[in-house]
Each structure stands twice: as C-alpha cells, then as structure tokens.
Design a protein around this ligand. Sequence first.
Ligand SMILES: [Zn+2]
Length: 310
Amino acid sequence: MKIHFSTLLLLFVMMSISQTSCSKNKTNMKLNKLTPQEAAVIINKGTEYPNTGEYVSTKDSGAYVCRQCDAPLYHSADKFDSHCGWPSFDDEIKGAVKRIPDADGMRTEIVCANCGGHLGHVFMGEGYTEKNIRHCVNSISMKFIPSNSIKMEKAYFASGCFWGTEYHFMKKAGVTATTVGYMGGYTDGPTYKEVCSGTTGHIETTEVVFDPSKVSFEDLVKLYYETHDFEQVGGQGPDIGQQYQSVVFYVTNEQKLIVEKYMNILQEKGYKPATLLKPAPEFWAAEDYHQEYYDKKNGNPYCHVYRKLF
Ligand SMILES: [Zn+2]
C-alpha cells in the first residue's frame, strides 16, 4: 500500500503530538530528536527494506539501545543470523521490550518498553535457535554501543553495616565490581578499628562500579532504598553510630538529582527519608576480610532485607 507523503507527514505530526503529551506523564524522559526516516519506523511503525539496515549482519560485541530514548534493548550475545534481512535476536534485555498483538491478530509487535518506540515484530516457534524466538528488529530503531566504548561509572552508597549494603549491590545485574570502605571522615586511610571508635567521622560505604548500558544509577538508587531502613537516624538496625548513617555520596550532579527525586517519591508515599546527600570525597577501601563478607561466610545480612517499594 502506498501512502502519500503528506498523509505520512500529517500522521507523523499527529503521532508526535500525542507522543509528547504522553511522554509528559513519564518521569523526565529525554527523547532523541528523530530524522524523518527514523520517525517513519519508530513513530509510524514502518518497516525498513530487508537487507538495507545498518545492523543486519553485525557481529561486534556490545549492546543495542533504543534510537529514541537510549534504553538498552538487546545484547550482541543474543543476536543471530536469520538471513531474513533484519537484525535478529533470540532474547531481550529483561524488561526492555513490550509485546503488543497486531490489529490483524497474526503478528506481535515489539516496542521499547521505556518510550514506546516501534522496534519490529517477534516470532516464536521458527526453530532458528534453542530459545526458539526471533525478535525481528529494524536497524533504524536501534543504536549499537560497542563494549569497548562502554565506560563504567561509580556510585557510593552507605546504608549501615557495609557487609549488608555490598551483599545486595554485588548481586545486581550490570554491577561489575563492589568494594566496601570508608568515606567522609577527617583522616586518610582509616582502619576499621579507628572508624568504629567514632573519632574519625567516616561512614561505612560501598563503592559500586556499574555498566550504565546494563543498569542505571536510578535502578541502583531504588535497590538502595529497598534494602535498608532509610528513616532511621544515627544508625541502621542494631548498629548505632554515625558510621552507620544512611548516606549517598554523589559523583555527579545528575546522581544528586536522581537521589533527591527518589527521596521526594518516598515522602509522597508517607516516608521520612533521613538519607544525607554529600559530594563524594576520597574512598578508602576497607580491610580484605570485610570484602564480600556474606558470600565468604555463606550468610545473609541481618539488617538489609529486600522489600519492594517502587
Ligand atoms: Zn525507547
């Protein structure tokens, strides 16, 4: 079916308007400006011609993110060659893709779960791979981010005894390393004994190194609030003292704004978050025996129990 260009343009304008009003409901989502070619597929649900897309046969290691909102969609490890003319994946990044039955009742459309941008269709039972699923995705709906260009980011969370804080973060997908240590005191290279004496002003903190293409700082903040009593002042659970205070040491102003956003959300829910927000000073790694404590001891944290809040 041929659609007149002016009809297409009108449709695009209409969809853009409805999308703008819709995206206002989403929290501060920043959308990339699309070219008319990108919009024809991403907004107007068009399909690029087979074997013309940029990523039909790419095999490099990395992540495919949404062209419109940059949300990670697929890992290169799940890409396979289907010879169908479009990039094919047999799995998506958890929660990244939404399925919508087509009006014809035959096919299932896939859209970016974050911004609703059209990706393509998903097919089952074709026998291409063991998972027996084919996400048939338009190249133009995605952007490829090679692994070697993915820069790791750092975040610093204090939520009481650092054994328990680290326990939850080291298990989070997208987190590549965690280290427990001390931050915010008056002395350099403090020992655990010195920190426990309460005279150095340090806070037990977990340094979290993460791959922002796999997990967002926002998701880490959610996990942070879901694994400690952020209303408690001057300690955490049975651990009383300044070193156990709920603190986020932010690395960038963006991190600060995200934590503030979640503190507001919690206040709206009726909580009184007592988290202190401070710019990140030097981080001092703690003694080896504190690192990955609960995994070494095969135990569970006594005061850091997960509860869903968001
Ligand atoms: Zn998107």
